[in-house]
Structure formats: C-alpha cells, structure tokens
Design a protein around this ligand. Structure first.
Ligand code: PBG
Length: 330
C-alpha cells in the first residue's frame, strides 16, 4: 500500500481529536442485526438455572423460554440458536433422542414459532447432545462413522424443519453432510429452509463450558480430532468451505472466533458469501470472568465483537447478544 503524506503536515491524530470526529471516520460497527443469541434448554418444568462456568447465561425449561425469547424479540435480535441439555437417561450410543419429535429442541422450536413467529430459529444438526459418549456421530469400535451418521443427520434436519426451524446448522464436520441434507430437505419440499454449515470448526480447547452446559462433558476429556479440524491448519478451512458451498450451504460458520480471525478474513475474501462466526463458550467465559473480577473493563466484550466485523463476519453467535443488543440500541 502506498502511504500518502508525511509528518508534520500529516497528523493521523487530527481525526481522533474528538468524539464526533472519531465517529465520522469509523470503519466498522456493530448493530443488533449482527447478533445471534444461543439459548440452552433443559428438561423439566419451571426451571431457570445458572451455568457455573458461564456467569450470566441460563438454562431454561421449555415452559420458561418465552421470557428470554420475548427479550430477544423486543431488542430485534434476528436469530436465536437452540441447544439442548438432554438428561443422561435419554442418551444412548446412537443418539436416538435426536429423532424424537417431542425432544426439548423440537418442543422449543414449536413454541418459539408459535409465540414469536418473527424471530428466526436455528438449531444444530449433530448428535453430541444425545449420545452417551459425547461424540457428534455414531461410534463403532472407536471410529466415528461418517456415512451412517449422515443418514441420521438428514432425518434430524427434516424433523427440525417440520417443527418450523428456519436455519439448519450441521455442526458435526462429517464429510458430505451438507449435500445430503440439502437434497433431503428439497425432496421433502423444504426448499426455503436455510443451511448454515459449521464449515470450519476446529477441535478446540475453548468448548469446555458449552459441554458443561449441555451435559456432554465426559470424565476424561473428549477428543474430536478425527472430525473437527486441526488448529494448525488454514488452507484446509478453505477446502471445507468450498465443498460446503458447492453442496448448497447458504452461509458458513467459522468456530471458534477470536483465535481464528485470520480464517474469517480469508474465507470472506475468497468466497464473498455470508460468513458467520461463533464466539464460543470458552471465549465468553474468559471475558466475562475477567470482567467480573475487575481484571478487564466490560467493553472488552464489544471490542471482541467488533474484531469479527473487522475481519469480515456478517453475523456473530455470542452469549453476549442480549447485553450488547441492549447496550447498542440505547
Ligand atoms: C457440537 C457443538 C459444540 C458447540 C456448538 N455445537 C461443541 C463441540 O463441538 O463439542 C460449542 C459451542 C461453544 O463452545 O460455545 N456439535
């Protein structure tokens, strides 16, 4: 890049001299339209429970979700993402609860679409909330089976679409799942159901609090490296994204967020499609716990979100969504 001008006739501090001037030269900003709110739902009645490692985030029983959905809707948050905390007695090695039309995700989707039809609903397609081993796919002799898992995933996608889910989000990193799910949805006449592919999802150490929240945490820490990506790789992310676009993804997700800003930027530059980013539970926990302890100023949250916008993200899944939406709509 060519640099024009030089000190002392050029002083870049001049444009920073006052609040109004700084506002004029802002290159990026965050609006409520950029935010996706994750919601944890749990079995039972009349429950609003804390999640220990994620202060400020709650788990709701289905009868209690209206409170949070109404808030999101009032703040004009465009999309909520539903994640289930399945009781262990309903888990098995195939994750068959995923296909129960009365599981908590299905009940939640129906309820949201009935009471708040204007808000978008997204739900993961993956088996980890339902398997007793915590893996995203079917496990056979220590191997996560790809093609067998995809069959179940496409049934799960159809079921969620039937419940009224607007955005199906395959999050398990099996090969070929986007194409199969798109075809199956189209065959069942769900042509307008969108697919958000978790296209580049890394085998990350930042998912710990989430696994705690959905109860998929195992006694010894779980290793998903045979399907989620190696965090040493970036070209591989471009190949994953390219394949998913070809197979019919409407948007792609990069996950986690902050440690992967380079990936967000290069995916956006290479493919020019809507790129979403997931600021995951571990990122949230780091920031919120530091803020609560007085180590960081609370604007650290918004700073982290703007970094996603700078790198090219169209929208952000973040546990800060409600707080930030409140803050920026005032
Ligand atoms: C699983 C899934 C995970 C998250 C969203 N969907 C975790 C995992 O892969 O174990 C993580 C989200 C977070 O950490 O906030 N399909």
């Amino acid at each position: 890049m060519k640099i024009f001008g030089k000190y002392p006739s050029l002083r870049l501090r001049r444009n920073r001299k006052s609040e109004w001037s700084r506002r004029l030269v802002e290159e990026n900003n965050l609006t409520v339209s950029d935010l996706i709110l994750p919601i944890f739902v749990t079995e039972g009645k009349n429950k609003v429970e804390k999640i220990k490692s994620m202060p400020g985030v709650m788990k709701y029983s289905v009868d209690k979700i209206d409170s949070i959905i109404n808030k999101a809707s009032k703040l004009d948050i465009p999309l909520v993402a539903v994640f289930p905390n399945t009781p262990s007695r309903k888990k098995n090695s195939f994750g068959s609860e995923a296909l129960n039309e009365n599981n908590i995700v299905c009940r939640t989707i129906r309820k949201i679409k009935k009471n708040n039809p204007n808000i978008g609903v997204m739900a993961d397609v993956a088996l980890d909330p339902y398997t007793n081993h915590g893996h995203d796919g079917i496990l056979r002799k220590k191997e996560i089976m790809n093609d067998e898992t995809i069959k179940i995933l496409s049934e799960q996608a159809i079921l969620q679409a039937e419940m009224g889910c607007d955005v199906i989000a395959p999050s398990d990193m099996m090969d070929g799942r986007i194409g199969v799910i798109r075809k199956t949805l189209d065959k069942k006449n769900f042509k307008n159901v969108q697919i958000l592919s978790y296209a580049a999802k890394y085998a990350s150490n930042f998912y710990g609090p989430f696994r705690d929240a959905i109860g998929s945490k195992q006694k010894s820490s779980i290793n998903k490296k045979t399907y989620q990506m190696d965090y040493k790789n970036s070209n591989e992310a471009l190949r994953e994204v390219a394949l998913d676009i070809k197979e019919g993804a409407d948007f792609v997700m990069i996950k986690p967020g902050l440690p992967y800003l380079d990936i967000v930027k290069s995916v956006k530059q290479n493919f020019k499609i809507p790129v979403f980013v997931y600021q995951v539970s571990g990122e949230y926990s780091m920031i919120i716990n530091s803020v609560n302890k007085g180590i960081l100023n609370k604007d650290a949250a918004i700073e982290s979100l703007i970094s996603f916008k700078r790198s090219g993200a169209a929208a952000i899944v973040t546990y800060f969504a409600l707080d930030i939406a409140k803050k920026i709509s005032n």
